[in-house]
Design a protein around this ligand. Structure first.
Ligand code: PRX
Length: 630
């Protein structure tokens, strides 16, 4: 790609230019894309609205930039390599030309079902190529996709279906988890009891028994049969919505983060090519699920826009054994490997035996995403997987940022363990103190904000613009607030310190404490609860719940199990508390506010640094909580 940086001085020069003349900078990057109509202005913005528009009035379709733009040059190159969960099942390799045909055919299917530009379509599917085909077909016809992680419960799915008023759901019969078949369509059926979704299309993956509702449910292979391989893409405005992705915040229900078309396209390709230093022909593997933003930007859109070969893996790191990742790297000669610290720590726990005998010499670049990587895991990854020769790109970003904002450029930026290092071109970071004063210079620590728009940033929260404003643009005036704490060291390098709000990061998955509390409180015996994070060896953070219960006719053990089940049913197994402590009361201030600081200290076992408890309504309750600590 012509917009790839090659040297540190080149990066520093481009960075300066991107700050001094952002519009010229992004116009130049955007020039390599196919626009049906060019923009009138590169950028119009204010952060008070917020109202941000990139490539104003430009017309395009993102899938034309994946397919038509370079089909003649790379049509026969593998676009997706799919590795199934079961090692003995055959892999699938789909070229750009073949993928294009499938996307066109499925676009025709969606239009046959009456789905039009602007309609919302939920995708609730396992990690199969058809999930990517579904996303791209939506984008091609101008429908707005909202992918929901297939591990979420029917309640969580129903909330999202209702919030975005989805017209259709694309799903599968089941999913493989290890050697088990998990129902997927059955979860959709439950979720749809309360909604008016008109169409459900079911991809057959496991062959398990499912119920199909006449007139609403259709088999993927049946509706695809005989469809034309030709499809003319819908013309989209640069600021038309591309997708909605729900994510947890510190309050209320998950919110639908909205990304639009032009800016997201430009930024995901640019960041992908530069961060990973992708060279044509490389095999790139990101282990995320397409249900998360990492899957959107760096399994599907970024790599495919860049003409890369992206590997999709259906399974988990430890099935059938903890060598599975290394076996896949050897088998497909993976060059770039991008995973989460939680997976690294989980595999690290098995020692180095599972790596022995696998040829990892194809690896050139390693990546990390989703949570802070501790130094020990960084060194293990660097030494045992990268054999000391592969740069690690520790990439910091968020669902809301759409793409990677802080990261080394592989092989170019000197790395430091646990540091995301430096911002990408165009990214204007700002560290502020609690009053919102910018902390200038190096060796400072504070809250991370961004003071200038970038192309792939959140535009709104679906159906509730004020929530977007309140959550991200009101804490510090004129700035986007990330919710993360950060340190800039003496070299000007950035180290992310973790969330400063009530968001927990469990194995790289975001969870709002309020969301988990609300689920716990659904249990009829629960009177009140408070949820905090505590350090967890593998997951990074674990969920610790303090619960006040009515214990009549219940033992502690069965209540705890029932509460865990409740959370699993309402949100999904990923939100299940690791520890539940039944308590007689919660530490509250005289005005009734729960002192989470104290609960966090107890959960992490820092019992001697409890701080001032004199303002509590009932200081004795802290003693009782400490006594019953899990
Ligand atoms: O706290 C940061 C953490 O994950 C949060 C964003 O979560 P989500 O929207 O689910 O997106 C995850 C994948 C991009 C951030 O606010 N986070 C993400 N990457 C890193 C990180 N923390 C430290 N280092 C990272 N590299």
């Amino acid at each position: 790609m012509s917009d790839r940086l090659h040297t540190l001085s080149g990066y520093l020069y481009e960075y300066q230019k991107s700050i001094a003349q952002p519009e010229e900078f992004w116009a130049r990057i955007a020039d390599s894309f196919h626009w049906r109509k060019r923009w009138d202005n590169v950028l119009k913005w204010n952060f008070d609205g917020p109202d941000v528009k990139w490539f104003v009035n430009a017309k395009l379709n993102i899938t034309e930039n994946i397919f038509e733009r370079h089909l003649y040059t790379i049509g026969d190159r593998p676009a997706i390599i799919w590795e199934p969960s079961e090692p003995n099942e055959p892999t699938r390799t789909i070229t750009y030309r073949e993928l294009f045909v499938e996307v066109c055919r499925f676009s025709n299917v969606l239009q046959d079902k009456g789905i039009k530009k602007g309609d919302r379509v939920i995708i609730y599917m396992p990690m199969v190529p058809e999930a990517a085909i579904a996303m791209l077909a939506c984008a091609r016809i101008g429908a707005i996709h909202s992918v929901v992680f297939a591990g979420f419960s029917s309640n969580a799915l129903a909330d999202r279906v209702i919030d975005c008023e989805a017209k259709a759901i694309l799903t599968s019969d089941g999913n493989y988890r290890g050697n088990k078949k998990i129902g997927v369509k059955s979860v959709v059926d439950e979720a749809l009891e309360k909604s008016s979704v008109e169409t459900v299309i079911v991809y057959q993956r496991t062959g398990q028994e499912v119920t199909m509702k006449d007139g609403r449910d259709f088999w993927w292979h049946e509706v695809m049969a005989g469809q034309s391989e030709k499809h003319v893409a819908e013309e989209m405005d640069s600021e038309d919505m591309l997708f909605i992705l729900y994510t947890s915040g510190s309050t209320g229900k998950p919110k639908g983060v909205v990304h639009t078309t032009g800016g997201y396209m430009v930024y995901t390709q640019y960041s992908f090519s530069n961060v990973f230093q992708y060279s044509p022909g490389d095999v790139y593997w990101c282990t995320a699920d397409i249900g998360w933003i990492t899957g959107h930007s760096y399994i599907v859109y970024g790599p495919l826009l860049a003409g890369a070969t992206t590997l999709m893996f259906e399974g988990v790191p430890t099935y059938p054994n903890p060598s599975r990742f290394w076996e896949v790297i050897e088998k497909h000669k993976v060059n770039v490997f991008y995973t989460a610290p939680t997976a690294i720590r989980a595999l690290q726990a098995f020692g180095t035996d599972p790596i022995q005998g696998y040829d990892l010499s194809s690896l050139k670049v390693l990546g990390s995403v989703g949570e802070p990587i501790n130094e020990e895991a960084w060194h293990w990854y660097h030494t045992h997987i990268g054999k000391g020769r592969c740069p690690i790109v520790d990439t910091w970003w968020q669902t809301e940022t759409g793409g990677i904002l802080i990261s080394p450029l592989a092989g170019i930026t000197p790395t430091k363990p646990a540091y995301a290092t430096l911002p990408l071109p165009g990214i204007q970071l700002c560290i502020v103190d609690p009053e919102g004063n910018e902390l200038k210079g190096n060796s400072v620590e504070g809250n991370l904000c961004i003071k200038f728009p970038w192309p792939s940033m959140i535009r709104t929260t679906y159906g509730d613009h004020d929530r977007c404003k309140q959550t991200y643009f009101s804490t510090y005036k004129g700035m986007y607030f990330t919710g993360d704490g950060v340190k800039r060291d003496h070299d000007g390098y950035y180290r992310i310190l973790g969330r400063v709000d009530d968001v927990i990061n469990v194995s790289g998955h975001r969870m709002g404490t309020a969301e988990v509390e609300n689920a716990i409180n659904e249990h009829p015996k629960v009177i009140e609860s408070a949820v905090v994070a505590y350090p967890h060896e593998v997951k990074g953070q674990g969920i610790y719940a303090y619960v006040i219960c009515d214990m009549t006719n219940r033992t502690e053990e069965n209540l705890i199990n029932e509460i865990k089940e409740m959370v699993s049913k309402i949100i999904g197994p990923i939100a299940k508390p690791d520890k539940i402590q039944i308590v007689p009361g919660l530490p509250k201030t005289r005005s009734g506010k729960i002192m989470r600081r104290i609960l966090r200290k107890v959960a992490e076992g820092s019992l001697d640094s409890m701080g001032d408890t004199s303002t509590l309504l009932d200081p004795d309750v802290v003693e009782k909580i400490i006594e019953g600590r899990k």
